[in-house]
Design a protein around this ligand. Structure first.
Ligand code: 9MR
Length: 556
C-alpha cells in the first residue's frame, strides 16, 4: 500500500459521519454548531486538524428529536472558536468530524466552483476547466442551426446556438434560464464591488474589460435573446425531441428543435415575460461596461413585456406532439409579467411600468411570505424583492413600505423556523420536493435580500445556516455541492460527468437533494447519491444560482 493511500484511508476512517459539520467552514464571528447523531454526554473537543492539540472544549447539548429526518440529535456549540484555522470536532469514543475551516474567506473557493460550473454547462463552445480542473473538458456541442419544430409556428432553421445546458440534460429552456440568469445578475448587482475583480479563467478572461462574472452571464443572455422572435415573443425551448443518452455534448447528433406551444401565437407568455425581466436587469447591470449591449437588452425587455401584456395567456402547459424533454409547464403567467414589470420599472423609472406592476400585484392578497420562496414556476417573490430594492426616490411609497414590512416579517419567520429546526435549516415538512436543496438556497437569498434592505445579524446568521446545511451539516454528513467538502455528492445525474468517467463529477454543482414526492418517510431522508435517480441527484442551473447568490454575499 502506498503511503498516500494509507494516509487517505486513515483520514477516511477517522471521519465519523455521526458528527455533522459544515465541511466548508464558518466565519470567525458566527454561531458555530455541529450536530451529533450518536448519543454522547459531556464534552466535544475541538482539535487543530491533523494534530491532537485541543483548542477548546464544547458542551454536548440535550438530545432533540428531528421529525423530518427521524434523527435524535445533539447540538455542539463551538461559537467561541474564532481563531482562523482548520479544525475537527473530536469526541472520545466516537471519533472526529470532517475537517472545517474558520476564516473570513471560507466561502471563496466554493463560490469560485459554483459560478464556474456555468462555464462547464456551456453549449456551442469548447469547454476546459483548467487551470484548476484541466481533466474536465468537452468539445463544443449542438453547434448546428436548429430546426423549427412544427410547434413553433415556423419552418426552416434558426441560430439558437450558445447558452447553458439546463441540468444533467442538454436541453435549453427559456423559463428556467430566466430565473437562473436573473438570480445571477442580482448576485452581481448586490455585490458588484466584490465580484468585479473576480477572475474565472473562462474564454473571455483578459480579452474584455467586462468582469468575468458578467461575461459568463452574457453567454446565456445572448442565447436567451436569440430565442426572441421579431414580434417580441419568445419560444419555450431549444432541445432535441428526446433526452439523449449519457454521451458527451458533441456526440449528441440529434437535431436541436425550436419548440413552441403548438397553438395560438406559438411563443408563450411565461418564457417571454421571464426573458423581459432578465433583459431589463441586464440593461442596468451591463450599462457601466457596455452601454450598447445594455441598450440592446433594454429594447428586448420592452418588446418582450409589450408582447406578454398583449398575450397574457399564451401558456405552455405540456409538451407538444413528438417532444419529451423537460416541460417547465406553467398555467399562470401573471407572476412572470409582474416580475418583468418590476424589473423594467427598477431599470427605467418609467411610470407605465410601475402602474402595470401595481395593477398586476392586486391579483394576490399578500405580498412576500415566509412560505413562498422563488422558484421557476413562481417568480412573484423575485418581482416583489426587486420592487423592495428599487430606489425609494422613485417607488410608490405606500406599496414599497408594505413590501419592506412583509419581507421583514417573512425573514423573521424564516429565522424562527431555522432556530426551531434541529438541523438549523429552513424547510417545512412539505418542502422536501424536487430540488429541495435549491429551496434552502432560495431561503438564504430571501434572508440576504432582507438584510440588504434593513440589516439584522440574525438574517445573516440564518443565511449562513442554510449554507452549512448544504455543505454537510445534514443527516447525510454530505456536502450537496460536487467536489466541495471532504464527503460530497459523487454521482450526480449529469451527462458530461458520466461521459467523461473520471470518477469525480464536474465541480461546483448543487444536486437536487431530498425529494419526498415518492411518498416515503421521513421526507428529509429521501436522497441517495445515485446518478440514475434524477429525482434527487440531478443538477440544474436554477439550483446553482441562489447558491452563487448566497455565497457571493458571504465573500469578504
Ligand atoms: O426542476 C424541475 C422540477 O421543479 C420539476 O418538478 C421536474 C419535473 O417536471 O422537472 C425539473 O426540471 C428538470 C427539467 O424538466 C429538465 N432538465 C432537468 C431539470 C431538473 O431535474
Amino acid at each position: 500500500m502506498s503511503g498516500l493511500l494509507a494516509l487517505a484511508l486513515v483520514s477516511r476512517m477517522t471521519f465519523n459521519p455521526a458528527i455533522k459539520v459544515c465541511q466548508v467552514g464558518y466565519l470567525p464571528n458566527e454561531t458555530k454548531i455541529g450536530i451529533l447523531t450518536t448519543f454522547s454526554s459531556g464534552f466535544a473537543f475541538i482539535h487543530v486538524a491533523g494534530q491532537d492539540k485541543t483548542v477548546m472544549k464544547a458542551p454536548i447539548g440535550n438530545s432533540i428529536k428531528d421529525p423530518d429526518t427521524g434523527d435524535d440529535i445533539q447540538q455542539i456549540d463551538f461559537s467561541k472558536l474564532t481563531q482562523p484555522g482548520t479544525y475537527v470536532v473530536s469526541i472520545p469514543g466516537i471519533g472526529d468530524s470532517a475537517p472545517f475551516k474558520v476564516g473570513n474567506d471560507v466561502f471563496a473557493h466554493a463560490f469560485r466552483l459554483a459560478i464556474r460550473s456555468y462555464y462547464g454547462q456551456r453549449s456551442g463552445i469548447d469547454v476546459n476547466l483548467a487551470p484548476d480542473f484541466p481533466q474536465y473538458h468537452f468539445k463544443a456541442g449542438h453547434t448546428a442551426l436548429a430546426q423549427y419544430d412544427p410547434s413553433s409556428g415556423k419552418t426552416g432553421t434558426r441560430d439558437v446556438t450558445g447558452g447553458w445546458y439546463d441540468a444533467g440534460d442538454y436541453g435549453r429552456y427559456v423559463v428556467n434560464s430566466g430565473i437562473t440568469t436573473g438570480t445571477l445578475l442580482w448576485a452581481y448587482e448586490t455585490n458588484a464591488k466584490k465580484l468585479a475583480k473576480v477572475k474565472l479563467n473562462i474564454p473571455e478572461t483578459g480579452k474584455t474589460k467586462r468582469p468575468d462574472f458578467l461575461s459568463e452571464v452574457k453567454w446565456n443572455l445572448d442565447w436567451m435573446l436569440k430565442m426572441q422572435d421579431t414580434d417580441g415573443g419568445a419560444w419555450h425551448k431549444a432541445t432535441t425531441a428526446n433526452f439523449s443518452g449519457f454521451i458527451a455534448p458533441d456526440q449528441d447528433k440529434a437535431p436541436v428543435l425550436v419548440v413552441g406551444t403548438g397553438h395560438g401565437e406559438f411563443k408563450n407568455t411565461t418564457a417571454t415575460a421571464d426573458l423581459a425581466a432578465v433583459a431589463a436587469i441586464a440593461a442596468r447591470v451591463f450599462k457601466p461596461y457596455d452601454s450598447a449591449y445594455a441598450a440592446k437588452c433594454l429594447a428586448a425587455a420592452k418588446k418582450g413585456f409589450a408582447w406578454a401584456q398583449a398575450h397574457p395567456d399564451e401558456l405552455f402547459t405540456r409538451n407538444p406532439k413528438g417532444i419529451s424533454t423537460g416541460g417547465y409547464g406553467d398555467g399562470d403567467a401573471r407572476d412572470e409579467r409582474l416580475w418583468a414589470a418590476a424589473e423594467l420599472f427598477r431599470t427605467t423609472g418609467a411610470a407605465e411600468y410601475q402602474k402595470a406592476f401595481l395593477e398586476l400585484a392586486k391579483a394576490w392578497p399578500d405580498s412576500i411570505t415566509s412560505g413562498n420562496p422563488p422558484g421557476w414556476p413562481q417568480v412573484r417573490p423575485m418581482a416583489l424583492m426587486t420592487f423592495a430594492m428599487t430606489d425609494p426616490k422613485i417607488a410608490d411609497k405606500t406599496y414599497q413600505t408594505k413590501v419592506h414590512a412583509d419581507l421583514a416579517r417573512a425573514a423573521k419567520e424564516i429565522v424562527r423556523r431555522i432556530k426551531d429546526n434541529a438541523y438549523l435549516m429552513p424547510l417545512t415538512t412539505k418542502e422536501y420536493y424536487w430540488g429541495s436543496n435549491s429551496v434552502v438556497a432560495n431561503y438564504a437569498l430571501m434572508l440576504q435580500v432582507a438584510d440588504h434592505i434593513a440589516p439584522r445579524p440574525e438574517y445573516k446568521q440564518a443565511a449562513l445556516d442554510c449554507l452549512h446545511y448544504l455543505f454537510g451539516r445534514n443527516t447525510f454528513a454530505t456536502s450537496f455541492v460536487t467536489q466541495v467538502g471532504t464527503q460530497s455528492a459523487m454521482n450526480p445525474h449529469h451527462r458530461p460527468s458520466r461521459s467523461l468517467g473520471l470518477g469525480k463529477p464536474f465541480p461546483g454543482l448543487l444536486v437536487g437533494g431530498p425529494n419526498a414526492d415518492n411518498g416515503k418517510k421521513p421526507p428529509a431522508k429521501q436522497w441517495e447519491d445515485n446518478w440514475e435517480n434524477y429525482r434527487v441527484n440531478e443538477v440544474a442551473i436554477n439550483w446553482n444560482a441562489p447558491l452563487v447568490f448566497a455565497l457571493a454575499n458571504e465573500l469578504p
